[in-house]
Design a binder for this molecule. Structure first.
Ligand code: CTP
Length: 151
């Protein structure tokens, strides 16, 4: 086990290998600031062999849905999700960028219908590396920088 920067958790999820500086965004996108019950731990800017520096988010007593894991991938494609049970890592997997994104990303086109009607924004991923998506409604394409600004 790597050096423990923040305390180990008994039961829950550890999102590891988040690019440094993106940990708070992960917390925000998963709406973990509204978490009631378990502890939420953030280690920011800690040493990593693979990334140089990284952030880690630990969520006690909470497991993630597939959709939530997909959201993390947009912000932190390098992230690893660890499911912890009884203090042990029971499962570990790499996040993956989904084929479609709905609900979390706003279209950057101010005239897009998805910004004016009660429609759920929807995008198709046309490239994963570098990240590029196309709006289902107005066909505007958005690249990584614009995507991060509109999450
Ligand atoms: N972890 C935790 N609580 C536990 C067990 C593990 O918070 N009860 C955390 C560790 O601190 C680490 C992550 O979960 O950040 C993954 O744990 P582990 O697989 O033991 O660490 P590494 O081998 O360093 O993981 P990797 O190979 O993915 O870098």
């Amino acid at each position: 086990m790597s050096e423990l920067k923040v305390t180990a958790i008994k039961e829950g999820t550890v999102i590891d290998h988040i690019p440094a500086g993106k940990g708070l965004k992960v917390i925000q996108i998963l709406k973990l600031d509204k978490l009631d019950g378990g502890a939420l731990l953030l280690a920011a800017n800690v040493h990593s062999k693979k990334l140089g520096k990284k952030d880690i988010v630990k969520i006690e007593g909470r497991f993630l849905s597939e959709e939530e894991v997909n959201k993390i991938a947009l912000i932190a494609p390098s992230a690893t999700v660890n499911i912890v049970r009884d203090y042990k890592v029971a499962e570990k997997f790499q996040v993956g960028i989904p084929e479609e994104i709905s609900g979390i990303l706003k279209c950057a086109n101010p005239n897009c219908v998805s910004n004016h009607e009660y429609t759920t924004p929807k995008f198709y991923v046309i490239s994963k590396e570098p990240l590029k998506v196309r709006c289902h409604y107005c066909e505007r394409t958005m690249e990584e920088k614009e995507i991060l600004a509109n999450l």
